[in-house]
Design a protein around this ligand. Structure first.
Ligand code: AMP
Length: 194
């Protein structure tokens, strides 16, 4: 079993790479952003609540996000492992995730951060916004707010797992195949117990 956090700023390619890693390592992919978009698309109470934050590029409150994540993990308790994408984004989320993994009798094995400079991120997200239909991808102010939120609220999560000796960084620039190869090299070096 291996549980990974795919980490990095918005637009760093987490979703794209997660899709490849899921196939290669037979993992369950949980993207909190995708889960929120699904809920918003169905106009559920959770979706409506999330929308007011997402449309401004702010984080959905921890209690809401953690509850949604917990349901998803518990629904896959027979999984071979998880790849978390876009979660955890705050220290309380990281603590809740560690707690949840312990309840499942396992641990987070590694956090792997995709490193991409700010300007490349803004360009990538704007490009994605042209086809994704995501309103948070098409307004430069919202994009920059998401990057700021990442820097202030989310980067401490890297240090949190670094203190456990679990944080790794990978260059997130290059072709999809090149970046995937770097991620796989990092994953091959990870201790997989328990
Ligand atoms: P993403 O698709 O991961 O870029 O997420 C899109 C938006 O969903 C973010 O800008 C946040 O508003 C919200 N979101 C996704 N994951 C989380 C999370 N773990 N905590 C709080 N908000 C989140």
């Amino acid at each position: 079993m291996i549980n990974l956090i795919l980490f990095g700023p918005p637009g760093s390619g987490k979703g794209t790479q997660a899709a490849h890693l899921v196939e290669r390592y037979n993992l369950v992919h949980i993207s909190t952003g995708d889960l929120f978009r699904y809920e918003m698309g169905n106009n559920t109470p959770l979706g409506l609540q999330a929308k007011s934050y997402i449309s401004k590029g702010e984080l959905v409150p921890d209690a809401v996000t953690i509850g949604m994540l917990r349901n998803k993990v518990e629904a896959h308790s027979d999984a071979n492992g998880f790849i978390f994408d876009g979660f955890p984004r705050t220290i309380p989320q990281a603590e809740a995730l560690d707690h949840l993994m312990a309840e499942e009798g396992t641990v987070i094995h590694a956090l792997i951060a995709l490193q991409v400079p700010d300007e490349a991120i803004v360009e990538r997200i704007k490009l994605r916004g042209a086809t994704s239909g995501r309103t948070d991808d098409s307004d430069e102010n919202i994009i920059r707010n998401r990057i700021n939120v990442y820097k202030t609220e989310t980067t401490p999560v890297f240090d949190y797992y670094a203190q456990q000796g679990k944080s790794h960084s990978v260059n997130g620039l290059g072709s999809i195949e090149e970046i995937l190869a770097r991620l796989c090299a990092a994953i091959e070096g990870i201790e997989r117990k328990p």
